[in-house]
Design a protein around this ligand. Structure first.
Ligand code: MN
Length: 253
């Protein structure tokens, strides 16, 4: 077990840093609101069962209520109709939850244009500088949107949030060797993606290609463009379409 021992020594000594990419879960955690004709997810909720009192003198615990797609979360292929025959979140192979990450930083572009869309040419240019996207790894799309996550109105931004173009989503689904994309926004698609063709292309094309989504990530600014390892931990909800997830990154210093 030399490799694991060396890894733990590196973490203990600071040569490998563990970075939390997860947003805290509270009742204020931003959630998606759909047009009123559709079913809605609920905010995260915490209901006290007992707190060292007559309901339980020596223990504190809560019931939680949450949607599967609340806060930092994992989208499984079965989430979208294009992936309906695919894996639910409990069926995602565990070894795919530990993967390399490429971090593409478009913070400046998203600040200048909140409807900024990542294009294939952007990814190609990144690859010329940093090398190919990692096989079996994540494309993490940094937009600076995590800075807004404490303010639901700024986070939703009146329906203007950055995302990925239809052509780029198709390319990432069908041609790129990645297992999925991770974003800082409430979902993997741009806010305007309901009007794209197909609608919600990241969901439709990537999940339909047995790939995954990670959303509402934070601290991507602390990751290098290449070399980080992501550990994504969705709950194994049997039949689940996704799950809140603790997402960590390992970075060499
Ligand atoms: Mn989702």
């Amino acid at each position: 077990m030399t490799v694991l021992s060396e890894l733990l020594d590196a973490i203990d000594g600071g040569a490998v840093e563990v970075i939390d990419l997860t947003a805290p879960l509270t009742a204020q955690t931003p959630i998606l609101t759909l047009p009123e004709q559709f079913g809605q997810t609920v905010p995260f909720g915490l209901t006290e069962i007992s707190r060292y009192d007559e309901r339980g003198p020596a223990w504190y615990w809560n019931n939680i209520s949450t949607g599967e797609h609340t806060g930092t979360h994992f989208d499984a292929p079965i989430h979208w109709v294009t992936g309906r025959g695919g894996d639910d979140v409990s069926q995602v192979p565990a070894d795919r939850l530990v993967a390399r990450a490429a971090v593409l930083d478009f913070t400046a572009e998203a600040a200048a244009d909140p409807d900024f869309l990542l294009q294939v040419d952007h990814v190609r240019a990144w690859e010329r500088e940093h090398g190919p996207l990692p096989a079996g790894g994540w494309l993490l799309f940094r937009t600076g949107w995590d800075a807004r996550s404490g303010d639901p109105a700024a986070y939703a931004n009146n329906g203007h949030t950055p995302g990925i173009s239809v052509e780029c989503a198709r390319w990432l689904a069908e041609r790129a060797p990645i297992i999925g994309i991770g974003v800082e926004t409430v979902g993997t698609d741009a806010a305007a993606a309901h009007s794209f063709d197909p609608p919600f292309p990241c969901h439709a094309l990537l999940l339909g290609a047995d790939k995954y989504g990670l959303t509402q990530l934070q601290n991507l600014s602390r990751l290098p463009p290449t070399g980080a390892v992501v550990l994504a931990g969705p709950l194994p909800i049997v039949g689940g379409s996704g799950s809140p997830a603790r997402v960590l990154a390992l970075v060499e210093r």
